[in-house]
Write a protein that binds this ligand. Structure first.
Ligand SMILES: Cc1cc2nc3c(=O)[nH]c(=O)nc-3n(C[C@H](O)[C@H](O)[C@H](O)COP(=O)(O)OP(=O)(O)OC[C@H]3O[C@@H](n4cnc5c(N)ncnc54)[C@H](O)[C@@H]3O)c2cc1C
Length: 403
């Protein structure tokens, strides 16, 4: 009887887990003894890092292209319950509820925007999923068709100046302008306001990178308001804690991510984002047949005490390690420890602007058009899988040599 590897989640971590499991099972000549089942709500891997972009085209990679030729079974549905005692995952699908037994489980169900208990939160938009980015786009099209008329139609408020908030703030005007032109509207003066609860913008960056970000926001006429909290949201205005009211029909919420709630079915320590704390082999203490990868995992990544972040750089890597280690564990072979000593970040700051930083202090290496072009190459090329066999080969758990 074949051993069953069940993967929950078809994002970066789940997809690369599946590729790596195929590769490693071939490597040890056990591919005929392994069945891989991946559960995801739909047949796509969504390229979440691009959901803030002006166009949503090409942001979903069809899983079938890889899974059909490689014999991976994809279940379209939502895993509702994991029962680690009996090793069964209960999944709701359009055809009803199904139960899948496993010999080994990779949990890779990612993260989601943290819901907020603020009156009117339901009026906010976000860039968390493809469907939510589409909802924002549909809203902007409606505004464009009405020539952005009406109170607050030309003002965009972005709540949260983390990486996603900065990217949303510096791209929204370009997006609105394109739609305005497409729907034959007249000229519109847009206003973009970026709200941040911390005292300064981009405080997570080194001084040089922070200075560049702040000056770029100024140059692009983006108003920043720091040390501020949102108290209430209505359809056409937002009210801040100090009573300031801003007329707007578009609030894009970019503050706070939490790990998928499926983590609650497994025992283990969690960090502040709800991620399960695993060892460097991605294993969870007390669950010998479970590996956790991607945004649901908090993994030590070096000998200096750094921990993985919710970022696709880690999710892709962790998927490669997860598939490899799950197969080796199933067939009693040694596991490979994860290490990443070359942490980098890249950020899009709109037309002609972007940055690339190195190290955990996030020091500026490239900025301006050069920074933007590196960012674009990473998110439009390097994080996409290539052709099927090329992708299987690329799933080896190796990191580029540190430079
Ligand atoms: C707007 C935005 C911009 C970003 N920009 C960057 C960036 O510039 N650089 C960077 O490194 N990272 C960025 N990130 C973060 C990056 O996208 C995530 O770290 C990455 O997607 C995590 O990969 P993952 O596979 O762990 O999870 P996800 O990509 O979240 O994939 C999880 C998958 O599991 C599925 N799933 C969830 N629950 C269930 C369930 N119950 N049953 C079955 N399937 C389930 C989901 O539908 C999804 O397909 C950005 C994220 C967003 C939202």
């Amino acid at each position: 009887m074949k051993k069953k590897l069940v993967i929950i989640g078809g994002g970066f971590a789940g997809f690369w887990s599946a590729m790596s499991a195929v590769r490693q099972s071939r490597e040890i000549n056990r591919e005929n003894e392994l069945e891989i089942i991946l559960i995801n709500p739909d047949n796509y891997m969504t390229i979440r890092p691009r959901l803030y972009e002006v166009s949503l085209e090409g942001l979903r990679v069809p899983l079938d292209k890889y899974f059909i030729p490689l014999g991976i079974k994809q279940v379209s549905g939502k895993a509702e319950i994991i029962d680690p005692e009996v090793r069964i995952v209960t999944v709701s699908t359009d055809q009803g509820v199904h139960r899948y037994g496993y010999d080994y489980l990779i949990l890779a169900s990612g993260s989601q925007l943290k819901g907020m208990n603020i009156p009117g939160f339901q009026y906010t938009f976000n860039l968390d999923t493809y469907q939510n980015a589409q909802r924002l786009e549909d809203h902007l099209i409606r505004l464009a068709k009405a020539d952005f008329s009406g109170d607050g139609a030309r003002t965009f408020v972005i709540a949260g100046a983390g990486l996603t908030g900065l990217e949303a703030a510096t791209s929204i005007e370009e997006k609105a302008n394109l739609l305005r032109k497409k729907y034959a509207g007249s000229g519109a003066d847009f206003k973009v306001i970026l709200l941040e609860k911390e005292k300064e913008i981009a405080g997570m960056y080194a001084k040089d990178a922070q200075t560049y970000i702040v000056s770029t926001l100024q140059h692009k006429n983006i108003t920043t308001m720091t040390g501020t909290y949102v108290k209430e949201i209505n359809q056409d205005q937002i009210i801040l804690k100090d009573g300031t009211a801003i007329q707007t029909q578009t609030v894009i919420w970019c503050a706070g991510m939490v790990a998928s709630s499926l983590t609650s079915f497994l025992n283990g320590k969690r960090d502040a984002s709800g991620r399960l704390m695993v060892d460097q082999f991605l294993k969870l203490a007390g669950h010998p047949e479970v590996i956790v990868a991607g945004d649901v995992a908090s993994v030590p990544v070096d000998t200096d005490g750094h921990i993985s972040l919710m970022a696709c750089q880690f999710s892709i890597d962790l998927g490669k390690w997860a598939g490899h280690n799950a197969v080796n564990d199933l067939f009693s072979l040694p596991l490979k420890a994860y290490m990443n000593e070359s942490y980098v970040t890249c950020l899009d700051l709109g037309q002609n602007d972007g940055l690339f930083t190195t190290g955990w202090e996030r020091k500026l290496l490239y900025q301006g058009a050069e920074g933007k072009s590196i960012k674009t190459r990473i998110t439009r090329e390097l994080i996409y899988p290539g052709e099927v066999e090329e992708t299987v080969k690329a799933s080896s758990p190796e990191r580029p040599v540190k430079v």
